[in-house]
Write a protein that binds this ligand. Sequence first.
Ligand code: ATP
Ligand code: ZN
Length: 312
Amino acid sequence: MAHTAANATAETQATPLLDRLFEAGLLIRTGVDGLYGRSGTFERIVEGVDRLVTRIGRDDGAEAIRFPPGMSQSAFVRSGYLKSFPHLAGTVHSFCGCDADHAALLRCLETGEDWTANQAATEIVLTPAACYPLYPVAAERGRLPADGLLFDLQSYCFRHEPSLEPTRMQMFRMREYVRMGTPEQVIAFRQTWLERGTAMMRDFDLPLAVDPANDPFFGRAGRMLANNQRVQGLKFELNVPINSVEKPTACLSFNYHQDHFGTTWGIEQADGSVAHTACVGFGLERITLALLHRHGLDPAAWPGVVREPLEL
Ligand code: ATP
Ligand code: ZN
């Protein structure tokens, strides 16, 4: 029986999004779930989103800093990440042995035994969220000025959460703005970005909802932390259906940390009291995937109102 156009469409939609992205050459397989190469086309969308976020925040005078995708192990430990998210952390280990150790390593490779057992932890861990390396740097500068501080960050981040959903990668980029100051200053910042981020995504004609959320805290104690976070309204996510309608994907997050990082790092407001912090995070790959899912895998065919702000 001849294929009708309708049949072909139904078949295409039945293919999982990840496979369609591979077939279209937008993502490139590496053999590891959640670890992908990106095509030039994919990157042009990512860069367009990044530039647009810069334009939206242009008049705020944020200080831009770019950290590499690794951070100091001691800062990572002090930040408390291992208390809340041990299951997501990625540490960098290295060979630190002598000739005899090298011979043992080569034997392991030959016999197929585990060669990683003698790797030693280095002073670097993979950055789990773009803002983590920032807090110790800000604390070093001394008390905040009266109007607080505002930073613009972007980093590749690592989270050990292998998945077949293209929206859940192990290495992905997060663009962030981070505000430090009084509770009033940081809450106003979060509200401003909630509105700006929602308008940006709505202008892309994406179906979306802003919902209370929680971080994926580990274990039984974590369930209580997650619950508190929701009850206190500390985290909101802007969700877009990408993999499924029932379980939409968080593309932007709006986080109020209260005095958590201020206390952890000794960041002080101008009057000496503990600083409050908040951050807005844009998942650059997730926003890109939301656009590809919504408007099709060929950006050249997207509506002008979507292509223009991205300069595509
Ligand atoms: P989720 O609830 O989906 O695990 P999250 O709440 O842990 O996400 P955040 O820690 O708030 O996410 O991270 C900020 C932003 O980074 C998210 O809004 C999302 O867009 C993006 N992000 C988080 N995890 C991933 C991932 N595994 N792959 C791609 N993007 C991600
Ligand atoms: Zn952050």
